[in-house]
Design a protein around this ligand. Structure first.
Ligand SMILES: Nc1ncnc2c1ncn2[C@@H]1O[C@H](COP(=O)(O)OP(=O)(O)OP(=O)(O)O)[C@@H](O)[C@H]1O
Ligand SMILES: [Mg+2]
Length: 406
């Protein structure tokens, strides 16, 4: 989200809530300014500035006084500016009256940082996060730890579990292997698609993806060595949002480069999976990356650390507890080292979850998916299915048929 916000606060606690809201990762492209003096101070200040996208006005007056002050401020507010009011009266009638006047929202003050953020996200953007499928970023903390293999297995597992359609996007432009793992032959990569710039129609991105099976679509890498891939932040965001509108989940196989677009995707993602091999160099690097993400993704789900290839050199490996002690959070899963299954999977172009998976591997994938805390968008096949089964268990048998036909 990229909006300008001017907040006129009265209470120190409201100021703190606005400042916390400003720090949330979803607000990092926005400009938020806080002024003291509340609603009463707004007209004079607004007279000297452009009307923002969102105006937050706090008043400590009861309804009559507050409505009179709102009337004064109205002359300084552009019609497209959305207005969020924070007041002292907890009254449905007042709430309805304010919304009837065209205000975006009304909160009883001082609001909690979370309530304020929700209200800002709701009123600040026509596209709420609700309409977007989860975006899952998978990154290997060091080379060759198995990030791409896990991204691919994750796409197949989630697609199958939710009985929906998942897009797997290989963003390792020069060396990606997702297409090999799925035995597909892409002609276009994400770099080719995004090179269209403003001419790219993000409402129908499906034509660039190849179908793997009923549940997985791939935008693969074509191993290009001659392209410089530096997508502008806006372009990447609208490309990803396009995919998130079209599919039930989007999984990114990220290259291990610390470029600004990789960092942006790690901050925008609904879930981040950091894949590590349990040794000391991985521990050092995941500690740094984890600290960076914890700070920058404040408010969002914390990154999930997954140990992979566990047992490859058993005696020399660190334990999950070693990671927990350093990171403050336990790894969400330990994926066993299974060279035969993984080798065959690559040769057959079929991810391990589809064929040849051991119970231990499947269990670790279940734990990984659980820890992602995915929120499916309403209206997707997955969400409809969940609703249907909920209805099925709630309704008495005689009503089930009616529900089905309706
Ligand atoms: N749990 C596992 N057991 C056995 N082999 C594995 C496991 N996970 C991944 N591999 C194998 O390890 C190799 C490297 O995996 P992969 O390409 O996914 O790593 P990566 O982290 O994406 O590497 P890169 O840094 O090149 O992007 C592949 O041959 C893959 O099949
Ligand atoms: Mg990789």
């Amino acid at each position: 989200m990229r909006i300008s916000v001017e907040a006129f606060v009265q209470d120190g606690r409201t100021r703190a809530a606005v400042e916390a809201m400003r720090e949330d990762v979803r607000m990092r492209r926005s400009q938020v300014r806080v002024h003291d003096g509340g609603l009463a101070a707004a007209p004079a200040a607004l007279g000297r500035m452009d009307s923002p996208d969102l105006l937050i006005l706090e008043s400590d007056k009861r309804s009559e006084g507050m409505l009179a002050d709102l009337d004064t401020v109205a002359d300084f507010v552009a019609p497209e500016t959305r207005v969020l009011v924070i007041g002292i009266e907890d009254s449905i009638a007042l709430y309805r009256q304010l919304l009837g006047m065209g205000l975006a929202d009304y909160l009883v003050g001082p609001p909690s940082a979370g309530d304020l953020l929700d209200a800002v996200l709701r009123s600040g953007s026509a596209e709420t996060a609700q309409n977007l499928a989860p975006l899952i970023a998978v990154l290997g903390v060091r080379g060759g730890v198995g990030a791409s293999a896990l991204a691919c297995n994750l796409a197949c597992k989630i697609g199958h579990d939710i009985s929906g359609e998942v897009a797997l996007v290989d963003l390792d432009i020069s060396a990606g292997t997702a297409a090999i793992s799925l035995n597909l032959n892409p002609r276009q990569s994400a770099a080719d698609v995004m090179s269209q710039g403003d001419a790219l129609d993000t409402t129908s991105l499906d034509r660039y993806l190849l179908r793997y099976d009923d549940h997985v679509m791939l935008l693969g890498s074509t191993a290009q060595l001659d392209v410089t891939f530096r997508p502008p932040s806006d372009m990447m965001e609208s490309f990803m949002n396009g995919l998130r509108r079209q599919y039930d989940a989007v999984i990114l196989d990220l290259p291990r480069q610390w470029t600004s677009w990789v960092r942006d995707l790690l901050l925008d993602a609904s879930a981040v999976v950091l894949v590590v091999y349990p040794d000391l160099s991985n521990l050092r690097d995941v500690q740094k990356m984890g600290a960076f993400l914890t700070e920058k993704r404040s408010g969002a789900n914390p990154a999930c650390v997954v140990l992979n290839k566990v047992g490859m050199a058993q005696k020399a490996e660190l334990a999950p507890k070693d990671f927990e002690d350093v990171l403050g959070r336990a790894p969400v899963a330990s994926v066993p080292f299974e060279p035969v299954a993984f080798g065959q999977a690559l040769n057959n172009g079929e991810p391990v979850v589809k064929k040849g998976a051991s119970k231990a591997f499947l269990r670790s994938m279940d734990q990984l998916v659980d820890s992602l805390k995915l929120e499916m968008k309403p209206g997707t096949r997955a969400a409809r299915k969940a609703r249907k089964s909920l209805l099925g268990s709630l309704l008495p048998t005689s009503k089930k048929n009616t529900a089905k036909s309706g």
